[in-house]
Design a protein around this ligand. Sequence first.
Ligand code: AMP
Length: 221
Amino acid sequence: MKNVFIFLGPPGSGKGTQTSRLAEELNFPHIDTGSLLRQNIKEQTPYGIEAKKYMDKGQLVPIEIVQDIIFERLKKDDAKNGYILDGYPRSVEQAEALEVIHEKLKEYWNDNGAKVTAVYFDVPMEKLVERLVNRRSCPMCGEIYNLKNKKPLKEGFCDKCGVELVQRTDDNEETARLRFETYNKETKPLLDYYGNKNNLKTIDADKDIEEVWNNLLKVVK
Ligand code: AMP
């Protein structure tokens, strides 16, 4: 049975940084719906054009778009033995749809399905806006930096690729606040959803990066 890790947590809780590292450690693909959607926007696909309208307002993109994108991604060979989902599911409706997708994938791969573990990154809300407005990322490799606690070696440039770092357009204070509202309304109920199924692990993510990493390893291995 393949292992599937689902990461839950508000915007800016540090999921992206830790999950990309975990993906390397476990040799699993890191599947992040936000990045997949931003890629669609960059390529101006019909999905991207539609998704942008919602993303600019800090709202969830319609479920049909996200389902299609995620299903296609999970059918790729590298996801056969397990994967890390970051930023998906983001509502109870999406979590139920993921169960349907897992049933379909069972037939597709002819295997015995997925064992799901949800990991919740717990950070007090008041710390999050500051984290978001200080976030920068590499447009080439996606590496995430923070101007306060994870600075690049050369100011403004990616350590790995050397290209200039960018700020996401939705990482401004106004859109960030709207994203928190969406999180509280749509995504937070997933804590009960996975808690009731007894497959929720909680990590105190209000710690430095190495401490969070060590705590994460304890719950996933
Ligand atoms: P993120 O990169 O995870 O912060 O996501 C950025 C934006 O992409 C969100 O504010 C949503 O508009 C959209 N998005 C990402 N993942 C999903 C999802 N699973 N369902 C709906 N919208 C999503």
